[in-house]
Design a protein around this ligand. Structure first.
Ligand SMILES: [Mg+2]
Length: 262
């Protein structure tokens, strides 16, 4: 009897939507700033998002950031646990990044109080972690049906190890997957074939016996098709003419689950 098919699946915007939590954290910081200073909360949030992104673009960071797929809002709140040597310099720099981001925003609104910058840094983290993380419709069902068919599922994701695990747990999905492979823990991210091969090795599977489900063309689709994996690409776009024949477009994880288990 052949081995059951393995499913590799992306986390952000595939299984879960974390953006409401990120927006809630920014909004809390905006309200806090508006209560302390004579500023418009929405304008404060707008500038925080912009300046947080700009401060993220330092000379040395892009190789690490792009390689491991780290978003700036994760830089504002996550701990980036893990023993990989790439993370040492990054973790050392994070407190400066957060202080600089909130400090620059405050300065723009005429405030140079470093304590308020630190307060905003802590508030952003606390509020983001307290906000609920929703599983996208159909995500839990896909994972449960895979479990019923004894198909191992490995979440493969780029980002902070502590943050990605927390989000999977908060969405109630952690008990439904076999494993989670995170770029900052293994030292390489999607679309590198090494990331996909690591995920497959966790469940003893091979590319030709597995299917990838994800929403990012550059990271999920290009990575999996390079290894010859069948891929379900969650997208609202039309298929580009040069798209690999092994890729099927689906509009949601719900639809992906239907195609996998109908
Ligand atoms: Mg994604």
């Amino acid at each position: 009897m052949s081995r059951p098919r393995a499913i590799l699946i992306d986390l952000d915007d595939t299984l879960i939507d974390d953006q409401p939590a990120v927006s809630a954290a920014f909004a809390a910081c905006g309200r806090h700033a508006a209560a302390q200073l004579d500023v418009d909360a929405a304008r404060f949030v707008e500038r925080a998002r912009q300046l947080g992104w700009e401060a993220w673009d330092t000379v040395w960071l892009p190789p690490v950031r792009d390689w491991l797929g780290i978003a700036f809002w994760d830089g504002l709140s996550e701990g980036f646990t893990g023993a990989h040597p790439h993370l040492n310099r990054f973790r050392d720099w994070l407190p400066d990044y957060r202080r600089k981001t909130w400090g620059v925003v405050l300065e723009e609104f005429g405030c140079s109080d470093p304590r308020l910058a630190d307060d905003l840094g802590e508030l952003f983290t606390t509020e983001r972690h307290a906000a609920p993380v929703g599983a996208l419709p159909g995500a839990a069902r896909l994972l449960k049906e895979a479990g019923e068919r004894e198909e191992p599922v490995v979440v493969i994701t780029n980002g902070a190890a502590d943050g990605q695990r927390r989000k999977l747990r908060a969405a109630g999905l952690d008990g439904l997957v076999s494993d989670i492979v995170i770029s900052t823990e293994i030292g390489v991210g999607k679309p590198s074939p090494a990331a996909f091969l690591t995920a497959l090795s966790r469940v003893g599977s091979r590319p030709q016996d597995a299917v990838m489900v994800g929403d990012s063309f550059d990271r999920d689709v290009l990575g999996s098709t390079a290894l010859g994996m069948r891929t379900l690409w969650i997208t609202g776009e039309a298929a580009p003419p040069e798209l690999d024949a092994s890729v099927t477009l689906v509009e949601s994880v719900d639809r992906a689950g239907y195609l996998l288990h109908r």
